[in-house]
Ligand binder design. Structure first.
Ligand SMILES: [Zn+2]
Length: 261
C-alpha cells in the first residue's frame, strides 16, 4: 500500500516521516541527536524534535539551553546541512540539527577533575583508578566553578542547571544514576590515563609504598599477620593495603583490568 496515494497510505507515510513535517510559521525546530533526547521536555523526547517560538534575537546556544540541553554535551550544529555555531541566529522555520559530543572527547587541558557535591561515590572510584579528582562534600556552585577554573579541572556534575547557568570552561554532565555507570561514562568519554591504587580515596593525595614497621602501630593484629605490602597517603597519612577496600571497589579495578571500564 505504500505510495498508493490512498488516505490510509498517506497517513502512514506522514507518520513515518514526521521529521519532514513543515515547521509552523513563527517557529524554529530543533532536531536532537538520540543521545541527547533525555534532556528534552516530554513532548520532544520520543521524536527528538522540538518546535520553539522564533526569536530573532536568540542565539543558537540560547535556544539549545532553553530546550534543557547543556552546551557541554553538544557537538556539531547544522542548519539545512550547513555547519553553524552557538552564537549564530536562526531564521523563522529553520531546522537546527543538534549533534552530541563525539567520544572520546579531547580533554583540552590536564586530566584533572572536580566533582559536584552529590558525586562522592564517583570520586572514590575515580581516585581508585588513579584519576586526579578533587571533591568536597559541601561547596556552593560558585566555589566549584571558581576552583575548576583556578586549577584547570573538568567540572563533572549531574546538575544541568549548574552547567547551563555558570558555563564553566571545562565541564560535563555525568550520565547514569549509579556510581558504576557514572564511572563508565566518565572513563569512556574522556579516556583519562589510569593508574589504579595510586591515589588516596579519602583525600585524593598520592600514595607511596611504606614499610610494615613504619605503620605497624596503626594496624589491627589480623592485618599485621596477613598483609605485607602497604602504602600511605602523603597528604593525610591514611594507610592502605589491597585488602582494605570494600568488595565493590575491588570489583571496579578488576573490571578495569578486564577492559570493561
Ligand atoms: Zn589522603
Amino acid at each position: 500500500m505504500v505510495g498508493s496515494g490512498g488516505p490510509a497510505g498517506r497517513s502512514w507515510r506522514l507518520g513515518a516521516m514526521s521529521a519532514r513535517t513543515p515547521v509552523p510559521p513563527g517557529s524554529v525546530r530543533l532536531c536532537v541527536h538520540p543521545a541527547l533526547r533525555f534532556f528534552l521536555p516530554r513532548r520532544g523526547r520520543d521524536s527528538g524534535e522540538l518546535d520553539l517560538p522564533h526569536d530573532p534575537t536568540a542565539t543558537v546556544g540560547h535556544l539549545i539551553q532553553s530546550a534543557g540541553i547543556p552546551l557541554t554535551e553538544v557537538g556539531d550544529l547544522l542548519v539545512a546541512g550547513v555547519s553553524t555555531f552557538w552564537g549564530s541566529r536562526l531564521q523563522e522555520r529553520d531546522r537546527l540539527d543538534v549533534g552530541v559530543r563525539t567520544r572520546p572527547q579531547p580533554l583540552q587541558g590536564p586530566a584533572l577533575f572536580l566533582l559536584d557535591v552529590h558525586l562522592g561515590a564517583l570520586a572514590r572510584r575515580l581516585r581508585l583508578l588513579g584519576v586526579d579528582t578533587a571533591y568536597q562534600k559541601e561547596a556552593e556552585d560558585e566555589q566549584l566553578v571558581e576552583q575548576a577554573g583556578r586549577q584547570d579541572r573538568v567540572l563533572l556534575s549531574r546538575d544541568r542547571g549548574l552547567l547551563m547557568r555558570r558555563a564553566p570552561r571545562r565541564a560535563a554532565f555525568v550520565r547514569g544514576h549509579y556510581p558504576d555507570d557514572q564511572l563508565a561514562d566518565v572513563i569512556e568519554r574522556f579516556r583519562p590515563p589510569l593508574k589504579p591504587w595510586s591515589l588516596c580515596l579519602a583525600c585524593g593525595g598520592t600514595l607511596m609504598p611504606v614499610s610494615k614497621d613504619a605503620v605497624a602501630h596503626r594496624l589491627e593484629p589480623g592485618t599485621l599477620r596477613t598483609i605485607q605490602q602497604f602504602s600511605q597517603c602523603r597528604a593525610c597519612g591514611h594507610v592502605y593495603w589491597h585488602g582494605a577496600h570494600d568488595a565493590k571497589l575491588q570489583q571496579v579495578v578488576r573490571r578495569y583490568w578486564a577492559g570493561r571500564v
